[in-house]
Write a protein that binds this ligand. Structure first.
Ligand code: ZN
Ligand code: ZN
Length: 185
């Protein structure tokens, strides 16, 4: 699994890298096997391209998905081509870090292959990155109240939490999701 980091934040690349490495160490506490991963830092050119895309976009997630799709069909032209091969796309994850990202939520948003992060903290990077594996929020969007499956007051998947702990059901679900990824890889 390739993880492309487009770091347009004021944090150093090495800091972001260690936040992700820590995440996999944490996963390894309750997942028997974790996916093999490789972290790549986007080139300056790609970082600039994404700044431009964001400036011209209403929603950077949507714009990036279109860019991805178009580039995939065109066999990845442009800057992205220097980071991915087409056949790797389905098993790759991209993380865009910028406090200026145009998205629908205040801290970040994510789907299975892209996390856009505005609140660039360790706990929020862990939270959003977990979404890329398919883990849902442990709160209801409408009222921010916790879901009944969540048994830990400070669970990282609840709203606005700054912890680095998942509740038991979060761990179970992550283990199941991570297992799926390892098995198809
Ligand atoms: Zn979330
Ligand atoms: Zn929870």
């Amino acid at each position: 699994m390739k993880i492309l980091i487009i770091n347009n934040s004021n944090k150093y690349d090495i800091e972001i890298e260690s936040i992700l490495n820590d995440y996999f160490v944490y996963l390894n506490n309750f997942c028997a096997i974790i996916p093999r991963y490789e972290i790549m830092m986007a080139s300056d050119e790609l970082r600039k391209e994404v700044v431009k895309m964001n400036a011209e976009s209403q929603n950077i997630t949507q714009t990036f998905i279109e860019y991805f799709q178009n580039n995939a069909y065109l066999e990845l032209k442009g800057e992205l081509a220097k980071h991915f091969k087409v056949e790797e796309l389905s098993q790759s994850k991209t993380i865009i870090l910028s406090k200026d990202s145009k998205i629908s939520y205040p801290w970040g948003e994510a789907n299975s292959f892209l996390a856009v992060i505005k609140n660039i903290t360790k706990y929020n990077i862990w939270h959003e990155f977990s979404h890329t594996f398919g883990l849902d929020d442990h709160y209801y969007q409408e009222n921010k109240k916790e879901k009944s499956i969540c048994t830990l007051e400070n669970c990282i998947m609840r709203y606005g939490k700054s912890s680095l702990e998942f509740c038991e059901s979060g761990k179970l679900e992550l283990r199941r999701l991570v297992n799926e990824i390892v098995n198809i890889a």
